[in-house]
Each structure stands twice: as structure tokens, then as C-alpha cells.
Ligand binder design. Structure first.
Ligand code: GLU
Length: 434
């Protein structure tokens, strides 16, 4: 079977590699666990999708229409949950695949939430602040009828941040006449955001790497010590990668390579991450940082390290470059960074994969905490948030390795089985309407 061949009765969704990979992974989990085919039939396609035109007036006075999407994949366990992506390549099928991953992620970590995702096909780096605000507000207004604190709760994703969430919250609230902070998560603290949300995804990634290292030792396999002898490379130095780099640096573990869209840095003795962050804040690029060698993104993925964290975007480790990847643990900080064929090869080589739905779940876990705090109007300290996050991540990691050892499967399949199992039981209990 080729990397992208999937068995779907619908042809509407089947156009992006990310979606096809998600369906293949679901199929493998379903076969391994012996899932009722009537359940996998329902899980292969999203419940609902809205495609909208988002017209805005650009700064030069002209009007331009961007294409926007919100897809709700499954809402058996609760309201839809998932980010909004601003990216020039995003499309309906990719958003649907990302929504499917959110369903499995929320179920796996035990949240009372379903899976959703949104996006606008736009290059956000080409928008002024005013244009970005107009785009975000009009998009919110266009998807207004399917989102809400009890329906579907957006959050940041690639290309969006807390400011976009503030504009979404304001637009939704203006249309009703009073403040409704629970409509989005990942908001600024001042308007009901949670302490620790901005750092939660990167922090969670590092927790899972620590669990993975301990797990490898416990089963007698060579794993990194997570001390100064351990080397880490991070692809993507944004909301996830930069935080993970900081956390790893604090453990005294060596981050030897980092990169963003403009290129990367390598220093075999370990980068001084606080210094790199200062340089990045001042120059808005990693390029030119003096205490390291310049490397390309492809070179970063080939770096010989203990831990590789692809934390940027999907489809970066594929059948084309997988043979050059050289790491003991790969932690999927991004959603879908390893294609299915590449994953098979890495697993057969004994590379320990921390699957996206587990690895980057810290973001949606603290989103859930933010939503709960907002509903109660009672806010927690950052220490409480982090402690609860660590607990949920530890339980989820244990669940996945237990399933992995029961089925003797790969970690990716084990993570999906863990997510699908809870959902399956809930779907069977709720039954099929009518
Ligand atoms: N965009 C993040 C993810 O892919 C967070 C979603 C959320 O917090 O709802 O998991």
C-alpha cells in the first residue's frame, strides 16, 4: 500500500496527506484492537464542516476574500475543541485531518471534549496588524453559529496566538452584548486566560520525553539520561519548540540544534537558549546568531542526537529523508510531522516515537483547565496548573505504554487505540440516532 492510499467511501476529504495519514493510523489502530467496523466507518469522516469566504479590506483599500474552515470531527464526549491555523497551504482536508487528531487527543488524555479544528488559507506574515484583526473578526463572525462555550471552543494553532483569541472572544461577545470568555482558550490572562497555557504544549512535550527516557531504562533499552550528556535537536522555534528548548536547557540537557523557517543553528557543546531567545526577540530571526554554526532545516533533521523534536508543521519526516534521521527518541511536538511510511521505517529501526496526540497534548489539557476555570470564575496558580498538567500527562503516557505492551504494537498505534477505546465505549453507549 502506498504512503497515501486510504479506503474511504467519501471523496470529499481525501485530498491531503495529513488526512490520509490520520485515516491510515486509525485503520491500523482499529485492526489491532479489533474495533467494530461500524465505529471506524463513522470515525473516518468528520461530523460537520463549514467553509466560509472571509472578505476583508486590505490596507491599500482593495478587498480580498480568503477561504476559511471550521471542522467538527466528533463531539460524542463533549464540545468540539481545537486550534485555528493561519497558513498559506491549509485546506479543508488538512483541517479535517487535524480535527480527527484532536478527537483522539482529547479522548486519550481523558478530557470531556470532542475534536475540531479551524483554519484560514492565508500567509499571516504578509498581513498588517489591522488586516490580521479584520480577518480574525470576520472569520469569527462567519463561523459564529457553530462555535460557543458549549458547542466548539477554538484556540491558537500554527500562525495564531493569544491576540487572535482576544479578537475572537471580543467579536463573539460583541454579537451577544456581554463578555463570553469561554468561547476560546489560549486567551491573554487579562481577559480570562490561564496561567501556564502559553507554555503548556512545550512543557508537556518535555514531560513526555522524560517519561520516555525513564521507560526505555525500565525495559532495559538504551535511552538518554536527560543530563548534560544528552543531546536534543528542535525543528521549529515557535510557541512549542522555543518553550521546549527553554525547559530542556533548564534540565541541564544540551540543545545542540534549533531551526525556524529562516534556517537553523548548531553548536555541539549546546546552545545557550536564553541567549538565543534574546537574539530572536531582538532580530526576529535565528539567522546571524554568533555563537553557533548556521545549518539548514534539512541538516537539522539529519543531526545525530538522542532526542529529535519536530515542532513546526506536518510532513517533515517522509520516505524521502527518513533514512538520514538519526535519533533515539522522536517527540512529535507538531501534529503529523512524520508520514506513515517514514513512521514504519523508524519503528522498525527501534526509534522510540512519542506520538503527536500524546506528545503535544499539554496545550489542549491546559486549554481545558482554562475553560473550566472560566466557567467557575475561579482561577488557579501557575503551580497548580503545572502540577495538574504533569499528572494528566503522566497518566496518559502510562496508558499508552500499557496498551503498547498489551498489543505489542508501535507507540503511534497504541496512542490511537487509547484514544479510540474510550470514544468507542461512549459511542456505543450513546448509540446511533435515529
Ligand atoms: N492547537 C493545539 C493542538 O493542536 C491546541 C488546541 C486547543 O488548545 O484547543 O493541540
Amino acid at each position: 500500500m502506498s504512503e497515501t492510499q486510504v479506503n474511504l467511501s467519501s471523496h470529499l476529504w481525501d485530498t491531503s496527506d495529513l488526512y490520509k495519514n490520520a485515516v491510515l493510523q486509525l485503520q491500523e489502530a482499529a485492526d489491532t484492537m479489533g474495533l467494530d467496523p461500524n465505529i471506524s466507518e463513522r470515525l473516518k469522516v468528520p461530523k460537520r464542516a463549514l467553509v466560509v469566504s472571509v472578505p476583508i479590506r486590505l490596507d491599500d483599500g482593495s478587498i480580498r476574500c480568503f477561504e476559511g474552515y471550521r471542522v467538527q470531527h466528533n463531539m460524542t464526549l463533549g464540545p468540539g475543541k481545537g486550534g485555528v491555523r493561519f497558513h498559506p497551504e491549509v485546506n479543508l482536508s488538512e483541517v479535517a485531518g487535524l480535527a480527527m487528531l484532536m478527537t483522539f487527543k482529547c479522548s486519550l488524555v481523558g478530557l470531556p471534549l470532542g475534536g475540531a479544528k479551524g483554519g484560514i488559507r492565508v500567509d499571516p506574515s504578509k498581513l498588517s496588524r489591522q488586516e490580521a484583526q479584520a480577518l480574525t473578526r470576520r472569520y469569527t463572525s462567519e463561523i459564529n453559529m457553530i462555535i460557543g462555550p458549549d458547542k466548539d471552543i477554538p484556540a491558537p494553532d500554527v500562525g495564531t496566538d493569544a491576540q487572535h483569541m482576544a479578537w475572537m472572544m471580543d467579536t463573539y461577545s460583541q454579537e451577544r452584548g456581554f463578555a463570553i470568555p469561554g468561547v476560546v482558550t489560549g486567551k491573554p490572562i487579562e481577559i480570562g486566560g490561564s496561567l501556564g497555557r502559553a507554555e503548556s504544549t512545550g512543557r508537556g512535550v518535555v514531560y513526555t520525553i522524560q517519561h520516555a527516557a525513564k521507560h526505555l531504562h525500565s525495559i532495559g533499552k538504551p535511552g538518554p539520561k536527560m543530563d548534560s550528556s544528552t543531546t536534543v535537536a528542535i525543528h521549529g522555534f515557535g510557541k512549542v519548540g522555543a518553550v521546549a528548548a527553554q525547559e530542556i536547557h533548564q534540565l541541564n540537557t544540551k540543545v545542540v540544534a534549533v531551526s525556524d523557517v529562516g534556517g537553523g543553528l548548531y553548536n555541539k557543546n549546546g546552545l545557550n537558549i536564553p541567549d538565543v531567545l534574546k537574539y530572536m526577540a531582538k532580530n526576529r530571526t535565528l539567522v546571524g546568531y554568533p555563537e553557533a554554526d548556521a545549518i539548514t532545516n534539512d541538516e537539522l533533521l539529519r543531526t545525530h542526537v538522542d532526542v529529535l523534536i519536530p515542532a513546526a508543521i506536518d510532513g517533515v519526516i517522509t520516505s524521502k529523508n527518513v533514512s538520514t534521521v538519526n535519533a533515539t527518541i522522536i517527540a512529535e511536538g507538531a501534529n503529523g510531522p512524520i508520514t506513515n511510511e517514514a513512521l514504519k521505517e523508524l519503528e522498525s529501526r527501534g526509534v522510540f516515537i512519542i506520538p503527536d496526540v500524546l506528545c503535544n497534548a499539554g496545550g489542549v489539557i491546559v486549554s481545558y483547565f482554562e475553560w473550566v476555570q472560566g466557567m467557575q470564575n475561579f482561577f488557579w496558580s501557575e503551580a497548580e496548573v503545572n502540577q495538574k498538567l504533569a499528572e494528566v500527562m503522566a497518566n496518559a503516557f502510562k496508558k499508552v505504554v500499557d496498551v503498547q505492551s498489551t498489543y505489542k504494537s508501535g507507540m503511534k498505534t497504541a496512542a490511537l487505540i487509547s484514544g479510540v477505546d474510550r470514544l468507542n465505549r461512549a459511542m456505543l453507549l450513546r448509540g446511533l440516532f435515529p
